[in-house]
Design a binder for this molecule. Structure first.
Ligand code: NI
Length: 184
């Protein structure tokens, strides 16, 4: 297993629409393990392939660190391959988000409270599931990475202006983080 460097804000790969993963993608199993390993190393609860420089439609999650807030998250640990959000449901709620690609910045983001998602599991079996609460939040955040979207795209223009200098520093790699990063 390998801990991979995390591409940060300003890296072009974070802005691409990621490609579907073919079933025979070489080294898929190892790559998924590397994603988990990299996520754990950087204390994340979700990590998408573009964040390690691979423009592929895969993300991994492990919500168990937030188990105290939501006990069901103890079992929310899996890889989502070629996911498709079938519907956004529930009501709009605000939740404070962060991102390993945007270190040291957290902002309140509005999103739907539930999603229905179809994806392939690591054995390439199709699954369709419904999530709400923090799991739905993590899924929407990670799914956005596959569409080239970042949570800073969803905040108000005023808030974004206030973050501009910090985001510029991040894009130049001028930031102190405990995990290995890569910048454009
Ligand atoms: Ni993120």
């Amino acid at each position: 297993m390998m801990i991979l460097p995390v591409f940060v804000y300003g890296s072009p790969v974070l802005r691409k629409v990621a490609a579907e993963v073919p079933q025979d993608y070489p080294g898929l199993e190892e790559f998924i393990e590397d994603l988990f390993e990299t996520m754990y190393h950087s204390d994340g609860i979700g990590l998408a392939a573009p964040q390690v420089g691979k423009s592929l439609r895969i993300f991994v999650v492990d919500g168990s660190p937030l188990e105290e807030d939501e006990p069901s998250l103890i079992d929310f640990k899996k890889a989502f391959i070629n996911p498709e959000i079938l519907s956004y449901e529930g009501e709009i709620i605000t939740y404070n988000e962060g991102c390993l690609s945007i270190p040291d910045i957290r902002e309140d983001v509005d999103r739907e409270s539930a999603v229905r998602i179809r994806y392939c599991d690591k054995n390439f079996n199709y699954r369709e599931e419904f999530y709400e609460g923090i799991a739905a939040r993590i899924i929407q955040h990670e799914y956005d990475h596959l569409e080239g979207r970042l949570f800073t795209d969803l905040i108000s223009p005023l808030k974004k202006r206030l973050l501009k200098r910090k985001l510029t520093s991040i894009s130049k790699g001028k930031i102190d983080v405990k995990y290995r990063i890569k910048h454009a």
